[in-house]
Design a protein around this ligand. Sequence first.
Ligand SMILES: [Zn+2]
Length: 363
Amino acid sequence: MYHMIKRKFFPLHFFVPHGFGDLIAVIKMKSTRGVGAKKPCHQCHIEGIRDETGTGPKARTYYIPLTVPGAKENRYEKEILQNLRTHEDYLKVYYRLDTARSEADREKIRKETGINRASIWSLLPYFDMGRAIPGGYMHAVCINLMRALVSLWRGEFKGLDAGGGNYIIPAEIWAEIGEETHNSNRWMPAAFVRSIPNINTDFGNFTAEASAFWMMYIAPHVLRGRLPEPYYSHMLDLIRIMKTCTKFGMTRKEHTQLSEDVYEWRLEYEKYYSQYKPERLCTMTLALHELDHLPDDILNCGPPTALWEFVTERSMGEVVRSVTSWSYPFSQLANTLIQREQLKVLQMMYPDMTDSLNYTKSR
Ligand SMILES: [Zn+2]
């Protein structure tokens, strides 16, 4: 590797302690099958349940309810926390896939284990396939969970009504909530968050940052008296979890409290939204199940603020926006990356010119 500032070659050693990303990236990293597999989770061996009352994609997807409809006990302790996939489990499956006698046998192993093939990451001698790839907090919580909850409260979640609950907020109240959300921008210091769209008319344009900020700092005010109990208090419990997760550090005591809070919140979520009914299994998504592993992920890899995908997504967004050619997108992408790194070197060599050398395309 060549050091541009010192102008000499040096041996570059680097280690990848963790891998992280959205659910699709994690599935690719681990070479697992995801929602189409009977064991859809890459962190534990829990078996998913299909909605056999439905049709279409809903009927083909494996969901992860804590309590299987009709069962008396939930599966949190035995089938999730005490049933984690270890590095050795991954290696054993790779060996079985390697030594399978036919493609049909291999397919049987894939279906049974949810693992498609050996992951390249397992070749790193120090890399723990069971622990080193945590769930993606930004996608699981700030995007998927936020969208699911707001869609549920709007009565627009996968065609479900409120069932035996009463959590749906009428459309005219959502119009008021949207206006109040939009009007709050003028009082919000720019250092806190970028401008937040109207959640009623422009929810599709909510970024992870906007969703997380809305939930943690705006929703408690605009939903008070509008989202009925016990759903409102349940939302406040989630905000407490999010505030603990977004701290830059976490004490052992806070971590113990967080583990208890996540467990309680998940049980209540199931009670309020899935209501233990087979036809409402679609509320128990794989992204929601990532919350079950959040306390362990924090122990293994650190608090979400140390690993979350905001930084990667921001960087990838800049790169993607710079590619405009339909004919040669990949060569343009390669050029963009080279030029970006060259600019970074120039910024390091001439710190006074950092601003004038910043050619990043903003949104
Ligand atoms: Zn799991």
